[in-house]
Ligand binder design. Structure first.
Ligand SMILES: CC(C)(COP(=O)(O)OP(=O)(O)OC[C@H]1O[C@@H](n2cnc3c(N)ncnc32)[C@H](O)[C@@H]1OP(=O)(O)O)[C@@H](O)C(=O)NCCC(=O)NCCS
Length: 169
């Protein structure tokens, strides 16, 4: 998948995950707020293979965005979940140093464009209901609430707001 953001795109693998850890470390407040504990290298690595039961690993993307050899953001998404026409965004983390500079908006709009060209009609995110910054961010990009649910990460279950937007065609 080619995502034109202006950043170099690298898949996150067991070999390079430690280099992306800085993005996680700079956002430990987010993990403590939503999951009740900080992210670790092990939790980042666990994300490489985390996907719904029976889901094809070829449609799971866990990628990092780089500028001048600095990892500025990481993103995780599933193509075709929960149905063929939906792009499911699992996580978007922008390095604290690069937040508020349009990085997140640029990445999401590029991903919505690719998803639209690849035949998906909408994108979904489940945002922890305590994450007011995240809710504001997704709302600003046109995502609107479609329901409420719970999500389990490891041994933590959180209340989430399910939000969707139409892909860009
Ligand atoms: C939420 C997050 C992805 C936003 O990325 P970002 O690169 O900082 O956001 P942008 O600079 O592209 O901002 C886009 C819009 O979001 C809003 N926004 C971003 N950060 C904000 C903040 N801290 N407070 C209020 N609004 C904010 C801005 O209003 C901006 O709107 P504008 O374009 O009209 O100015 C980033 O802050 C982050 O990684 N947070 C921690 C993890 C998280 O909450 N991820 C999302 C849930 S999975």
């Amino acid at each position: 998948m080619f995502i034109s953001t202006g950043y170099e795109l690298r898949p996150i693998t067991k070999e390079n995950v430690r280099y992306c850890m800085e993005v996680y470390d700079s956002n430990q407040d987010f993990f403590i707020l939503t999951e009740g504990k900080p992210a670790t290298l092990q939790s980042c690595m666990a994300n490489i293979n985390a996907m719904p039961p029976g889901f094809s690993k070829w449609n799971k993307f866990y990628v990092s965005f780089w500028e001048d050899n600095n990892c500025v953001a990481v993103m995780d998404f599933l193509k075709g979940y929960p149905d063929r026409e939906c792009l499911y965004l699992g996580l978007l983390l922008v390095h604290k140093h690069w937040q508020g500079k349009g990085v997140g908006k640029r990445i999401v709009n590029a991903v919505l464009g690719v998803a639209g060209r690849e035949g998906m009609t909408r994108a979904r995110i489940a945002v922890c209901d305590k994450n007011t910054v995240g809710i504001k961010f997704w709302s600003g990009l046109g995502f609107a609430e479609t329901g409420r649910s719970t999500a389990t990460v490891g041994d933590i279950t959180m209340n989430v707001i399910v939000m969707e937007v139409l892909c860009i065609h």
